[in-house]
Design a protein around this ligand. Structure first.
Ligand SMILES: Nc1nc2c(ncn2[C@@H]2O[C@H](COP(=O)(O)OP(=O)(O)O)[C@@H](O)[C@H]2O)c(=O)[nH]1
Ligand SMILES: [Mg+2]
Length: 327
């Protein structure tokens, strides 16, 4: 009891080590995190959360660094979470990120943490949202999360942000690639980085057309802007910040509450899923049950149907399943 009060007090009193410790607990799935969160959850919500995603090498880390510099110049504090799916020992990119980001680590107004998916015990989105909650509660004005736009887990991480920047750069088929991989759907702002490179104008035009094609939305809806910058040269950062500000303004009038509400609902849903999975599969012997049934020659749908019927049958109220399994 005393230990957890201490850490929340330390978080509130501005102790950065409490930030690091809480994030470590979140990553490890340590039950102390959940207890601490319920104590500081009411003080969350004032940070603006920006998700930055896009293909590897697009310049996301370079842009995040520039955004942090700009925020610091405006007297705002920044918490950064770099979610990298690659191992720091094989990729090299993460090491590069660290070195460049360390430019800012001597500044008490900046906190940087990297998180590899292998450290988060399968719950990457859970751990990343938890880390953002910690940085928010600590009092950082801006929270930035960088992910590489790949799988569902990274998508879950970035779509939990208030504003999502999708960073692309000129290069063979990048725009088309982004459209195929669903990156455009998650974008609130499209950033064409490396505007100093040939092909940037073409990419901007392609993206603007793509945005126009899919913006058959009712009036008053957000239109995704395409913003050019050259993070490597520190150019166009103001335009990126202005687009974030415009999106923030757009989210006034209840839209922000709705978006954050949806995010929290998704979070609860994932927590319940994760909890059920481990509880049923590892706590209640359904793994063995299913192995035995399969061994006796039962078809997978029948095994699943039987297990579901049994579980749902024990729930209070009327249970329905939507798996299409024979019940
Ligand atoms: N020419 C050019 N290179 C850039 C720019 N921004 C970043 N880079 C370079 O692109 C490479 C990848 O950058 P990085 O920020 O690590 O990309 P990330 O993988 O998306 O995080 C690095 O070598 C950067 O120096 C830019 O605006 N112009
Ligand atoms: Mg990076």
């Amino acid at each position: 009891m005393e230990a957890k009060q201490n850490i929340v007090e330390r978080l509130r009193s501005g102790d950065r080590r409490a930030v690091a410790r809480l994030i470590t607990w979140a990553e490890a799935g340590d039950p102390r995190f959940a207890r601490a969160l319920s104590m500081f959850y009411s003080s969350i919500g004032s940070a603006w959360r920006v998700g930055v995603t896009g293909p590897p090498g697009a310049g996301k880390s370079t842009l995040v660094n520039e955004l942090a510099i700009a925020h610091r110049a405006a007297q705002k504090t920044v918490g950064i979470l770099a979610v990298d799916p690659s191992s720091p020992f094989t990729g090299g990119a993460l090491l590069g990120d660290r070195i460049r980001m360390e430019d800012r680590t001597s500044d008490p107004g900046v906190f940087i943490r990297s998180m590899a998916s292998r450290d988060s015990h399968g719950g990457l989105a859970r751990a990343a949202i938890d880390a953002c909650d910690v940085m928010d509660a600590y009092g950082f004005d801006e929270v930035i999360v960088e992910t590489v736009g790949v799988g569902q887990a990274e998508y879950d991480v970035v779509s939990a942000a208030d504003t999502v920047l999708v960073v692309l750069c000129p290069g063979a088929g990048d725009g088309i690639q982004a459209m195929k991989s669903g990156l455009l759907e998650v974008a609130d702002v499209l950033v064409v980085n490396k505007s100093d490179m040939p092909g940037a104008d073409r990419l901007i035009v392609d993206l603007e057309e793509a945005v126009e094609l899919r913006s058959r939305k009712p009036a008053g809806e957000w239109t995704v802007p395409v913003v050019a910058c050259s993070a490597g040269r520190g150019q166009g950062i103001d335009a990126v910040l202005a687009a974030v500000e415009a999106h923030r303004a757009h989210l006034a009038d209840g839209r922000l509450e709705a978006r954050r509400g949806e995010m929290r609902e998704g979070q609860v849903r994932r927590l319940v899923h994760e909890g059920l999975e481990s509880e049923l599969w590892h706590g209640h012997g359904y793994a063995e049950r299913s192995a035995e049934a399969l061994e006796s020659g039962a078809a997978p749908y029948d095994v699943a149907g039987e297990i579901l019927a049994e579980i749902v049958g024990r729930l209070p109220g009327r249970g329905t399943t939507r798996t299409g399994a024979a019940t």
